[in-house]
Design a protein around this ligand. Sequence first.
Ligand code: NAI
Length: 594
Amino acid sequence: MQQKMDSSSLKRMKDGESIIDPKSTVGGGVADVYGEDRATEDQLVTPWTVSVASGYTLLRDPHHNKGLAFTERERDSHYLRGLLPTAVSTQELQVKKLMQSIRSYDIPLQKYVAMMDLQERNERLFYKLLIDNVEELLPIVYTPTVGEACQKYGSIFKRPQGLYISLKEKGKILEVLKNWPERSIQVIVATDGERILGLGDLGCQGMGIPVGKLALYTALGGVRPSACLPITIDVGTNNQKLLDDEFYIGLRQKRATGKEYYDLLEEFMSAVKQNYGEKVLVQFEDFANHNAFELLAKYRTTHLVFNDDIQGTASVVLAGLVASLKLLGGSLADHTFLFFGAGEAGTGIAELIALEISTKTNIPVEEARKKIWLVDSKGLIVSSRKESLQHFKKPWAHEHEPLSTLLDAVKAIKPSVLIGTSGVGQTFTKDVVEAMAAINERPLIMALSNPTSQAECTAEQAYTWTEGRAIYSSGSPFDPCEYNGKSFIPGQANNAYIFPGLGFGLVISGAIRVHDEMLLAASEALASQVMQEHYDKGMIYPPLANIRKISAHIAANVAAKAYELGLATRLPRPTDLVKYAESCMYTPNYRSYR
Ligand code: NAI
């Protein structure tokens, strides 16, 4: 199992270009030196050996099982003779076979179940498949299919994939955390299931989301699978259909709110820090906005937390906007932004755009906000509505006469950028999109709501209604389409571009807090990966096929910011952060066992 440090790494170390200080507490390093993907783990003792079960137990252990890829020698030394048919396969052949079988399913949910089965059977093969076929499999393990999987989670749930912490565990959360088999956790994705994608309250069945997100942390960002922990906080559900369903797997009661809710969350956050230390990242995921903003505000100064719906979305959208300036011309400050939907995603993006404009132009954030307008279910957010607005909408209540429809708002505000974050499908109607096209030579239209059915308009509609002039991207993927003989590749403004690299950057630097400037750093890194060849196809995001390289750049930029802000604890700072990030990434290739 062990490998020697390669000579170039040694030389670099001697040359003082220390990518990893031998005396530092960080194990592993360049080129996966110890072969254990433990480069980001704090440990004073190098894990030279790992004990691996033998025989039947080995075949049932997803972390070490290789199926037919066990070599003749391994079959002898690990008591596998007779337990496997004689053929010895390579991992590549296994990937080929599984892709053939996955492609043979017509229904995406069947593909999802096949992928989950594989994850439970052979973890490395699961990640190899996902990494090698990311564009094809991302829509399966992530939006949109994961949404359907959550809706039916009760019937497809087989084995525990993460921790369930319910009101019943109150007072015992620390003990519950200790029941999880892995000790060294670096990233937790936690949901309370109240706003799953655009599908609403799915209660405890929201578990599909943290599981899927963490699979991407590993596949796209390179965090070790064993360092990832999906958690569902079950405080009940207000979804009557689930409460009435005899197969519902969660707590059968209406959602706890107020003190009861916040006390449970407080206990959870304290237990996490107590059990895993200061540097464990907690990503809040798919919480309803009435809790999301408050939890983020409460814990961002005391814990390493990050809300993907608010901050991750903001960062990925900002990256698309920065990249699109090459096509649109001008700077961000020269544009006018109109949002449809003023919740977590909408106001989160709006705030980061304002911050970027303010940083780049040295104007106060309050001034920068005036370039940004939001519409919610009651119409344009304007100052006369201020008293009745939720707190996170108040900064956007500018002086203007009230307008009740999106179309009126487009005509009055004349935005160059229209962003949909309403969770309501087909709301960018032909009239709205045509109005955008009448105002702008290249209207930028982002229909971000997930899953696909909730997209404010489809890619084809955007290109058709603007006669091919729109720059379009969506939250869930759309196939390339043609208009007037020209083909367009719609971009996917999906958080999957950002959170794995951002989280990995926090892990490799040992950051202890997430700062807004790190989100700007992540956006800039992503935008810088869009090349001319991508612009030529109408893309404002780089292809997902390159996502590991992209994540390494994002991680490096985020880590650099963490060091600059004095929030990084892994010292000394590696000289070349991109190389360091790449070297720390989990690789799913099989290990050979002695
Ligand atoms: P949210 O519930 O916090 O906000 C929804 C907003 O839309 C609220 O301001 C609400 O007033 C408004 N709204 C609802 N119905 C409306 C209507 N008929 N007309 C006008 N406004 C209406 O939800 P959140 O977290 O902001 O998510 C919204 C959508 O964005 C979801 O579909 C979600 O999947 C999607 N999203 C996409 C992401 C991506 O990566 N592309 C990331 C995060 C969210």
